[in-house]
Design a protein around this ligand. Structure first.
Ligand code: 5GP
Length: 119
């Protein structure tokens, strides 16, 4: 799938639309989801044009892959979610209902999250 530079997260990365920022470094940006599905719902996105996890891990430089995953861990730690626990999730493609075609990891926490998937 070709990367669409007009997607909403690309606009956030370019600073064209605002976000409620949680964390930023050279590799990643994290911000609160506009429509939270849990008391804490943060999105972490890599600073690069990647649609999905498969695209990212196949094409991003090692430094970005490493930096992105370190950022995800850092955000979970900084939100103090390590002890109570949290869930990370990345939707990819139609069956997973991916809405925004820029790789993003959801971090959910702040309550007991229940079973992994609703049936
Ligand atoms: P997906 O279904 O692609 O995994 O999740 C996309 C997520 O992006 C949704 O949870 C949705 O609420 C969030 N989202 C969509 N547009 C915006 C926006 O403009 N700002 C923020 N902060 N989140 C957004």
């Amino acid at each position: 799938m070709t990367y669409d530079k007009t997607n909403i997260f690309a606009k956030i990365l370019r600073g064209e639309i605002p976000c409620n920022k949680v964390y930023e470094d050279d590799h990643a940006l994290a911000f609160h989801d506009i429509n939270p599905q849990a008391p804490i719902h943060v999105l972490v996105i890599p600073k690069g044009d990647y649609v999905s996890m498969a695209d990212f891990t196949a094409h991003a430089p090692d430094s970005l892959v490493t930096g992105f995953f370190r950022a995800v861990g850092e955000v979970a730690r900084s939100l103090e979610l390590e002890q109570p626990g949290y869930r990370i999730l990345a939707n990819a493609g139609r069956d997973a209902h991916q809405e925004v075609p820029h790789l993003h990891i959801h971090i959910f926490g702040g309550k007991k999250l229940g079973p992994m998937l609703t049936r």
